[in-house]
Design a protein around this ligand. Structure first.
Ligand SMILES: NC(=O)c1ccc[n+]([C@@H]2O[C@H](COP(=O)([O-])OP(=O)(O)OC[C@H]3O[C@@H](n4cnc5c(N)ncnc54)[C@H](O)[C@@H]3O)[C@@H](O)[C@H]2O)c1
Length: 391
Protein backbone atom coordinates (compact mmCIF):
# COMPACT_ATOMS: atom_id res chain seq x y z
CA UNK A 1 0.00 0.00 0.00
CA UNK A 2 1.25 3.52 -0.78
CA UNK A 3 2.34 5.90 1.96
CA UNK A 4 -0.54 8.18 1.02
CA UNK A 5 -3.07 5.34 1.41
CA UNK A 6 -1.47 4.43 4.76
CA UNK A 7 -1.85 7.99 5.97
CA UNK A 8 -5.48 8.03 4.81
CA UNK A 9 -6.24 4.82 6.70
CA UNK A 10 -4.54 6.18 9.80
CA UNK A 11 -6.55 9.39 9.62
CA UNK A 12 -9.78 7.48 9.15
CA UNK A 13 -8.82 5.29 12.15
CA UNK A 14 -8.36 8.43 14.30
CA UNK A 15 -11.63 9.93 13.13
CA UNK A 16 -13.55 6.76 13.82
CA UNK A 17 -11.87 5.83 17.11
CA UNK A 18 -14.45 5.18 19.81
CA UNK A 19 -17.36 5.56 17.41
CA UNK A 20 -20.30 3.30 17.87
CA UNK A 21 -22.56 3.98 14.92
CA UNK A 22 -24.81 1.79 12.88
CA UNK A 23 -23.60 0.64 9.45
CA UNK A 24 -24.86 2.39 6.33
CA UNK A 25 -26.85 -0.62 5.13
CA UNK A 26 -30.26 -1.67 6.37
CA UNK A 27 -30.56 -5.30 7.49
CA UNK A 28 -33.85 -6.40 8.92
CA UNK A 29 -35.81 -9.56 9.55
CA UNK A 30 -39.58 -9.64 9.12
CA UNK A 31 -41.46 -8.57 12.25
CA UNK A 32 -44.39 -10.29 13.97
CA UNK A 33 -46.85 -7.59 12.93
CA UNK A 34 -45.78 -4.76 10.59
CA UNK A 35 -45.50 -1.43 12.40
CA UNK A 36 -48.07 1.20 11.55
CA UNK A 37 -46.55 4.69 11.29
CA UNK A 38 -48.04 8.19 11.53
CA UNK A 39 -46.28 11.51 11.03
CA UNK A 40 -47.71 14.44 13.01
CA UNK A 41 -47.01 17.64 11.13
CA UNK A 42 -46.99 18.69 7.50
CA UNK A 43 -44.82 21.78 7.20
CA UNK A 44 -41.67 21.95 5.10
CA UNK A 45 -39.75 19.40 7.22
CA UNK A 46 -42.85 17.49 8.34
CA UNK A 47 -43.87 16.74 4.75
CA UNK A 48 -40.30 15.89 3.74
CA UNK A 49 -39.88 13.36 6.54
CA UNK A 50 -43.35 11.95 5.79
CA UNK A 51 -42.15 11.39 2.20
CA UNK A 52 -39.02 9.57 3.43
CA UNK A 53 -41.01 7.43 5.85
CA UNK A 54 -43.72 6.58 3.30
CA UNK A 55 -41.10 5.50 0.74
CA UNK A 56 -39.56 3.14 3.29
CA UNK A 57 -42.89 1.78 4.55
CA UNK A 58 -43.77 0.91 0.96
CA UNK A 59 -40.29 -0.60 0.44
CA UNK A 60 -40.35 -2.85 3.55
CA UNK A 61 -43.89 -4.32 3.74
CA UNK A 62 -42.55 -7.14 5.97
CA UNK A 63 -41.63 -4.51 8.59
CA UNK A 64 -44.04 -1.60 8.12
CA UNK A 65 -47.69 -1.24 7.15
CA UNK A 66 -47.44 0.42 3.71
CA UNK A 67 -50.05 3.10 4.37
CA UNK A 68 -48.64 6.09 6.30
CA UNK A 69 -50.85 8.82 7.69
CA UNK A 70 -49.73 12.43 7.98
CA UNK A 71 -51.67 14.67 10.32
CA UNK A 72 -52.24 18.03 8.63
CA UNK A 73 -53.22 21.26 10.35
CA UNK A 74 -56.05 21.96 7.92
CA UNK A 75 -55.83 25.09 5.84
CA UNK A 76 -57.85 26.55 3.04
CA UNK A 77 -55.79 27.12 -0.11
CA UNK A 78 -57.74 29.17 -2.67
CA UNK A 79 -61.01 27.50 -1.70
CA UNK A 80 -59.59 23.96 -1.49
CA UNK A 81 -58.65 22.02 1.62
CA UNK A 82 -54.92 21.33 1.93
CA UNK A 83 -55.60 17.67 2.86
CA UNK A 84 -57.69 17.22 -0.31
CA UNK A 85 -54.94 18.71 -2.44
CA UNK A 86 -52.35 16.38 -0.86
CA UNK A 87 -54.56 13.30 -1.26
CA UNK A 88 -55.54 13.96 -4.85
CA UNK A 89 -52.59 15.80 -6.38
CA UNK A 90 -49.94 14.27 -4.06
CA UNK A 91 -48.31 17.62 -3.41
CA UNK A 92 -48.18 19.87 -0.38
CA UNK A 93 -48.58 23.02 -2.44
CA UNK A 94 -48.17 25.36 0.52
CA UNK A 95 -45.21 23.92 2.45
CA UNK A 96 -43.36 21.74 -0.08
CA UNK A 97 -44.38 22.88 -3.56
CA UNK A 98 -43.00 21.08 -6.60
CA UNK A 99 -42.33 17.77 -4.82
CA UNK A 100 -44.41 14.71 -5.65
CA UNK A 101 -45.38 12.71 -2.58
CA UNK A 102 -45.79 8.91 -2.55
CA UNK A 103 -49.38 7.75 -3.05
CA UNK A 104 -49.24 5.63 0.15
CA UNK A 105 -48.95 8.87 2.17
CA UNK A 106 -52.43 9.95 3.26
CA UNK A 107 -53.18 13.39 4.71
CA UNK A 108 -55.59 13.34 7.66
CA UNK A 109 -56.93 16.51 9.33
CA UNK A 110 -58.20 14.56 12.38
CA UNK A 111 -55.36 14.29 14.92
CA UNK A 112 -56.91 11.56 17.08
CA UNK A 113 -57.98 9.47 14.09
CA UNK A 114 -54.46 9.73 12.61
CA UNK A 115 -52.93 7.89 15.59
CA UNK A 116 -55.54 5.14 15.85
CA UNK A 117 -53.86 1.70 16.31
CA UNK A 118 -50.50 3.21 15.46
CA UNK A 119 -47.13 1.72 16.57
CA UNK A 120 -44.73 4.56 15.74
CA UNK A 121 -45.40 8.30 15.81
CA UNK A 122 -43.00 10.74 14.19
CA UNK A 123 -43.53 14.24 15.60
CA UNK A 124 -42.61 17.04 13.21
CA UNK A 125 -44.25 20.37 14.01
CA UNK A 126 -42.89 23.77 15.09
CA UNK A 127 -42.32 23.29 18.82
CA UNK A 128 -44.64 26.05 19.99
CA UNK A 129 -47.57 23.81 18.98
CA UNK A 130 -46.37 20.74 20.87
CA UNK A 131 -48.07 21.35 24.26
CA UNK A 132 -51.49 21.66 22.62
CA UNK A 133 -50.93 18.62 20.37
CA UNK A 134 -49.87 16.54 23.38
CA UNK A 135 -52.84 17.61 25.47
CA UNK A 136 -55.17 16.63 22.61
CA UNK A 137 -53.43 13.25 22.22
CA UNK A 138 -53.47 12.40 25.93
CA UNK A 139 -55.47 9.22 26.57
CA UNK A 140 -55.49 8.29 22.87
CA UNK A 141 -52.01 6.78 22.61
CA UNK A 142 -51.16 3.28 23.82
CA UNK A 143 -48.08 3.19 26.16
CA UNK A 144 -46.39 0.67 23.81
CA UNK A 145 -46.31 3.24 21.01
CA UNK A 146 -42.77 4.48 20.25
CA UNK A 147 -41.97 7.96 18.99
CA UNK A 148 -39.30 10.04 17.30
CA UNK A 149 -39.25 13.81 17.61
CA UNK A 150 -37.90 15.81 14.65
CA UNK A 151 -38.69 19.07 16.45
CA UNK A 152 -36.10 21.69 17.26
CA UNK A 153 -36.27 23.52 20.58
CA UNK A 154 -36.79 23.05 24.32
CA UNK A 155 -39.73 23.10 26.64
CA UNK A 156 -39.05 25.60 29.40
CA UNK A 157 -41.46 25.57 32.32
CA UNK A 158 -41.81 24.87 36.01
CA UNK A 159 -39.61 21.79 35.60
CA UNK A 160 -36.77 23.78 34.10
CA UNK A 161 -35.42 23.20 30.62
CA UNK A 162 -36.60 19.94 29.12
CA UNK A 163 -35.81 18.10 25.89
CA UNK A 164 -38.87 17.90 23.65
CA UNK A 165 -38.49 14.11 23.47
CA UNK A 166 -38.62 13.97 27.30
CA UNK A 167 -41.65 16.27 27.27
CA UNK A 168 -43.44 13.89 24.86
CA UNK A 169 -42.50 10.90 27.06
CA UNK A 170 -43.78 12.66 30.15
CA UNK A 171 -47.01 13.93 28.61
CA UNK A 172 -47.98 10.79 26.70
CA UNK A 173 -46.16 8.03 28.62
CA UNK A 174 -44.40 6.75 25.48
CA UNK A 175 -40.70 6.22 24.73
CA UNK A 176 -39.43 8.99 22.45
CA UNK A 177 -36.11 9.48 20.64
CA UNK A 178 -35.02 12.23 18.27
CA UNK A 179 -33.93 12.82 14.68
CA UNK A 180 -31.68 15.73 13.81
CA UNK A 181 -29.02 16.50 11.24
CA UNK A 182 -27.64 18.82 8.59
CA UNK A 183 -30.96 18.72 6.77
CA UNK A 184 -32.40 21.66 4.90
CA UNK A 185 -35.82 20.20 4.14
CA UNK A 186 -36.05 21.17 0.49
CA UNK A 187 -32.69 19.59 -0.34
CA UNK A 188 -33.76 16.31 1.30
CA UNK A 189 -37.12 16.49 -0.50
CA UNK A 190 -35.28 16.92 -3.81
CA UNK A 191 -33.30 13.79 -2.92
CA UNK A 192 -29.92 15.50 -2.81
CA UNK A 193 -27.65 13.36 -0.62
CA UNK A 194 -27.40 14.27 3.06
CA UNK A 195 -26.81 12.62 6.42
CA UNK A 196 -28.85 12.62 9.60
CA UNK A 197 -28.68 11.26 13.14
CA UNK A 198 -31.41 9.33 14.93
CA UNK A 199 -31.01 8.83 18.69
CA UNK A 200 -33.08 6.39 20.70
CA UNK A 201 -32.80 4.59 24.06
CA UNK A 202 -34.27 1.12 24.15
CA UNK A 203 -36.90 1.32 26.92
CA UNK A 204 -37.17 -1.03 29.92
CA UNK A 205 -40.42 -2.49 28.58
CA UNK A 206 -38.81 -3.45 25.22
CA UNK A 207 -40.76 -6.43 23.91
CA UNK A 208 -37.92 -8.01 21.92
CA UNK A 209 -36.48 -8.01 18.40
CA UNK A 210 -39.14 -8.50 15.76
CA UNK A 211 -41.85 -7.27 18.14
CA UNK A 212 -40.70 -3.80 19.10
CA UNK A 213 -38.89 -0.78 17.73
CA UNK A 214 -35.08 -0.95 17.97
CA UNK A 215 -32.18 0.75 16.19
CA UNK A 216 -32.50 -1.51 13.13
CA UNK A 217 -36.18 -0.67 12.74
CA UNK A 218 -35.43 3.04 13.02
CA UNK A 219 -32.69 2.75 10.44
CA UNK A 220 -35.11 1.04 8.05
CA UNK A 221 -37.73 3.70 8.69
CA UNK A 222 -35.54 6.72 7.90
CA UNK A 223 -32.57 5.58 5.78
CA UNK A 224 -32.81 6.29 2.04
CA UNK A 225 -30.16 6.18 -0.70
CA UNK A 226 -30.19 10.00 -0.55
CA UNK A 227 -30.64 10.27 3.25
CA UNK A 228 -28.00 8.41 5.23
CA UNK A 229 -28.91 7.63 8.81
CA UNK A 230 -26.67 6.98 11.78
CA UNK A 231 -28.47 5.61 14.85
CA UNK A 232 -26.97 6.38 18.27
CA UNK A 233 -28.04 6.59 21.93
CA UNK A 234 -27.35 10.25 22.69
CA UNK A 235 -30.82 11.80 22.51
CA UNK A 236 -29.76 14.78 24.64
CA UNK A 237 -26.69 15.63 22.53
CA UNK A 238 -28.48 15.72 19.20
CA UNK A 239 -31.47 17.60 20.63
CA UNK A 240 -29.35 20.31 22.28
CA UNK A 241 -27.44 21.01 19.09
CA UNK A 242 -30.65 20.94 17.03
CA UNK A 243 -32.27 23.55 19.23
CA UNK A 244 -29.36 25.90 19.87
CA UNK A 245 -27.91 26.05 16.35
CA UNK A 246 -30.93 28.16 15.39
CA UNK A 247 -29.90 30.80 17.94
CA UNK A 248 -26.33 30.80 16.57
CA UNK A 249 -27.76 31.13 13.04
CA UNK A 250 -29.53 34.35 14.04
CA UNK A 251 -26.13 35.72 15.10
CA UNK A 252 -24.69 34.75 11.70
CA UNK A 253 -27.60 36.43 9.93
CA UNK A 254 -26.94 39.68 11.84
CA UNK A 255 -23.26 39.85 10.85
CA UNK A 256 -24.09 38.86 7.27
CA UNK A 257 -26.76 41.53 7.04
CA UNK A 258 -24.26 44.07 8.37
CA UNK A 259 -22.01 43.10 5.45
CA UNK A 260 -19.18 41.79 7.64
CA UNK A 261 -18.56 38.66 5.54
CA UNK A 262 -17.44 35.11 6.16
CA UNK A 263 -14.85 35.75 8.87
CA UNK A 264 -17.44 37.26 11.17
CA UNK A 265 -19.88 34.42 10.49
CA UNK A 266 -17.17 31.85 11.29
CA UNK A 267 -16.39 33.70 14.54
CA UNK A 268 -20.05 33.53 15.56
CA UNK A 269 -20.12 29.80 14.76
CA UNK A 270 -16.97 29.18 16.80
CA UNK A 271 -18.37 30.96 19.86
CA UNK A 272 -21.75 29.31 19.28
CA UNK A 273 -20.37 25.78 19.16
CA UNK A 274 -18.56 26.42 22.45
CA UNK A 275 -21.78 27.64 24.07
CA UNK A 276 -23.76 24.68 22.71
CA UNK A 277 -21.27 22.23 24.23
CA UNK A 278 -21.20 24.17 27.52
CA UNK A 279 -25.01 24.16 27.67
CA UNK A 280 -24.99 20.37 27.27
CA UNK A 281 -22.35 19.90 29.95
CA UNK A 282 -24.14 22.17 32.44
CA UNK A 283 -27.74 21.11 32.01
CA UNK A 284 -27.67 17.68 30.31
CA UNK A 285 -24.54 15.95 31.64
CA UNK A 286 -25.69 12.72 29.99
CA UNK A 287 -24.99 14.27 26.55
CA UNK A 288 -21.71 13.15 24.94
CA UNK A 289 -19.20 15.69 23.71
CA UNK A 290 -18.21 13.59 20.65
CA UNK A 291 -21.80 13.81 19.34
CA UNK A 292 -21.16 17.50 18.60
CA UNK A 293 -18.30 16.85 16.21
CA UNK A 294 -18.89 13.27 15.00
CA UNK A 295 -22.58 13.34 14.11
CA UNK A 296 -24.52 15.10 11.38
CA UNK A 297 -26.70 16.52 14.16
CA UNK A 298 -23.65 18.28 15.63
CA UNK A 299 -21.29 20.69 13.93
CA UNK A 300 -22.46 19.68 10.42
CA UNK A 301 -25.98 20.88 11.19
CA UNK A 302 -24.59 24.07 12.72
CA UNK A 303 -22.64 24.80 9.52
CA UNK A 304 -25.64 24.11 7.23
CA UNK A 305 -28.02 26.17 9.32
CA UNK A 306 -25.60 29.09 9.58
CA UNK A 307 -24.97 28.98 5.83
CA UNK A 308 -28.49 29.96 4.91
CA UNK A 309 -31.46 28.53 6.80
CA UNK A 310 -34.55 30.49 7.74
CA UNK A 311 -33.03 31.98 10.89
CA UNK A 312 -30.14 33.46 8.91
CA UNK A 313 -32.58 34.94 6.39
CA UNK A 314 -34.76 36.55 9.05
CA UNK A 315 -31.77 37.97 10.95
CA UNK A 316 -30.20 39.25 7.72
CA UNK A 317 -33.38 41.12 6.82
CA UNK A 318 -33.54 42.57 10.35
CA UNK A 319 -30.03 43.94 9.78
CA UNK A 320 -30.64 45.33 6.30
CA UNK A 321 -34.16 46.71 6.84
CA UNK A 322 -34.24 47.70 10.51
CA UNK A 323 -37.58 45.86 10.84
CA UNK A 324 -38.29 43.72 13.88
CA UNK A 325 -37.97 39.95 13.91
CA UNK A 326 -41.70 39.22 13.63
CA UNK A 327 -42.19 41.50 10.63
CA UNK A 328 -39.21 39.87 8.91
CA UNK A 329 -40.46 36.36 9.71
CA UNK A 330 -43.88 37.20 8.28
CA UNK A 331 -42.44 38.86 5.20
CA UNK A 332 -40.03 36.02 4.35
CA UNK A 333 -41.52 32.76 5.53
CA UNK A 334 -45.11 32.49 4.29
CA UNK A 335 -46.51 31.08 7.57
CA UNK A 336 -43.41 29.07 8.44
CA UNK A 337 -41.48 29.82 11.58
CA UNK A 338 -37.87 30.72 12.43
CA UNK A 339 -37.47 28.61 15.56
CA UNK A 340 -34.40 30.48 16.84
CA UNK A 341 -36.60 33.48 17.72
CA UNK A 342 -38.52 31.43 20.26
CA UNK A 343 -35.58 29.33 21.40
CA UNK A 344 -33.39 32.35 22.25
CA UNK A 345 -36.14 33.64 24.58
CA UNK A 346 -36.61 30.26 26.23
CA UNK A 347 -32.87 29.88 26.71
CA UNK A 348 -32.59 33.41 28.15
CA UNK A 349 -35.40 32.77 30.64
CA UNK A 350 -33.84 29.50 31.72
CA UNK A 351 -30.32 30.96 32.06
CA UNK A 352 -31.69 33.87 34.07
CA UNK A 353 -33.46 31.47 36.41
CA UNK A 354 -30.18 29.63 37.01
CA UNK A 355 -28.04 32.79 37.20
CA UNK A 356 -25.96 31.55 34.24
CA UNK A 357 -26.59 34.27 31.62
CA UNK A 358 -22.95 35.38 31.72
CA UNK A 359 -21.71 31.92 30.76
CA UNK A 360 -23.49 32.22 27.40
CA UNK A 361 -22.65 35.67 25.97
CA UNK A 362 -23.65 34.90 22.38
CA UNK A 363 -27.03 33.42 23.29
CA UNK A 364 -27.67 36.45 25.51
CA UNK A 365 -26.57 38.93 22.84
CA UNK A 366 -28.91 37.34 20.28
CA UNK A 367 -31.79 37.50 22.77
CA UNK A 368 -31.11 41.18 23.57
CA UNK A 369 -30.94 42.09 19.86
CA UNK A 370 -34.20 40.29 19.01
CA UNK A 371 -36.26 41.26 22.05
CA UNK A 372 -34.75 44.52 23.34
CA UNK A 373 -33.46 46.13 20.14
CA UNK A 374 -29.82 46.15 21.24
CA UNK A 375 -27.74 47.43 18.31
CA UNK A 376 -26.40 44.43 16.43
CA UNK A 377 -23.21 46.24 15.47
CA UNK A 378 -22.24 45.91 19.15
CA UNK A 379 -22.33 42.11 18.90
CA UNK A 380 -18.52 41.65 19.10
CA UNK A 381 -18.33 43.85 22.21
CA UNK A 382 -21.32 42.15 23.79
CA UNK A 383 -19.60 38.81 23.38
CA UNK A 384 -16.24 40.09 24.58
CA UNK A 385 -17.60 42.17 27.44
CA UNK A 386 -19.44 39.21 28.86
CA UNK A 387 -16.41 36.97 28.23
CA UNK A 388 -14.44 39.08 30.69
CA UNK A 389 -16.73 37.95 33.52
CA UNK A 390 -15.53 34.40 32.99
CA UNK A 391 -12.01 35.01 34.26
N1 LIG B 1 -37.61 23.20 7.36
C1 LIG B 1 -36.44 22.67 7.60
O1 LIG B 1 -35.53 22.73 6.76
C2 LIG B 1 -36.22 21.94 8.87
C3 LIG B 1 -35.17 21.05 8.90
C4 LIG B 1 -34.93 20.35 10.06
C5 LIG B 1 -35.75 20.57 11.16
N2 LIG B 1 -36.80 21.45 11.10
C6 LIG B 1 -37.65 21.57 12.30
O2 LIG B 1 -38.81 20.79 12.05
C7 LIG B 1 -39.91 21.27 12.83
C8 LIG B 1 -41.10 21.42 11.94
O3 LIG B 1 -40.87 22.45 11.01
P1 LIG B 1 -41.48 22.51 9.55
O4 LIG B 1 -40.39 23.04 8.67
O5 LIG B 1 -42.09 21.22 9.15
O6 LIG B 1 -42.68 23.56 9.75
P2 LIG B 1 -43.02 24.88 8.90
O7 LIG B 1 -42.47 26.06 9.64
O8 LIG B 1 -42.64 24.67 7.47
O9 LIG B 1 -44.59 24.94 8.87
C9 LIG B 1 -45.41 25.30 9.90
C10 LIG B 1 -46.34 24.16 10.18
O10 LIG B 1 -47.10 24.47 11.35
C11 LIG B 1 -48.47 24.18 11.07
N3 LIG B 1 -49.32 24.97 11.95
C12 LIG B 1 -49.67 26.28 11.82
N4 LIG B 1 -50.48 26.63 12.84
C13 LIG B 1 -50.61 25.54 13.63
C14 LIG B 1 -51.30 25.25 14.84
N5 LIG B 1 -52.01 26.19 15.46
N6 LIG B 1 -51.21 24.01 15.36
C15 LIG B 1 -50.47 23.06 14.77
N7 LIG B 1 -49.79 23.24 13.62
C16 LIG B 1 -49.87 24.48 13.06
C17 LIG B 1 -48.63 24.48 9.62
O11 LIG B 1 -49.77 23.83 9.12
C18 LIG B 1 -47.34 23.89 9.07
O12 LIG B 1 -47.50 22.52 8.86
C19 LIG B 1 -39.42 22.57 13.47
O13 LIG B 1 -39.06 22.30 14.82
C20 LIG B 1 -38.20 22.94 12.66
O14 LIG B 1 -37.25 23.67 13.40
C21 LIG B 1 -37.04 22.13 9.97
Amino acid sequence: MSAAADRLNLTSGHLNAGRKRSSSSVSLKAVEKPFKVTVIGSGNWGTTIAKVVAENCKGYPEVFAPLVQMWVFEEDINGEKLTEIINTRHQNVKYLPGITLPDNLVANPDLIDSVKDVDIIVFNIPHQFLPRICSQLKGHVNPHVRAISCLKGFEVGAKGVQLLSSYITEELGIQCGALSGANIATEVAQEHWSETTVAYHIPKDFRGEGKDVDHKVLKALFHRPYFHVSVIEDVAGISICGALKNVVALGCGFVEGLGWGNNASAAIQRVGLGEIIRFGQMFFPESREETYYQESAGVADLITTCAGGRNVKVARLMATSGKDAWECEKELLNGQSAQGLITCKEVHEWLETCGSVEDFPLFEAVYQIVYNNYPMKNLPDMIEELDLHED
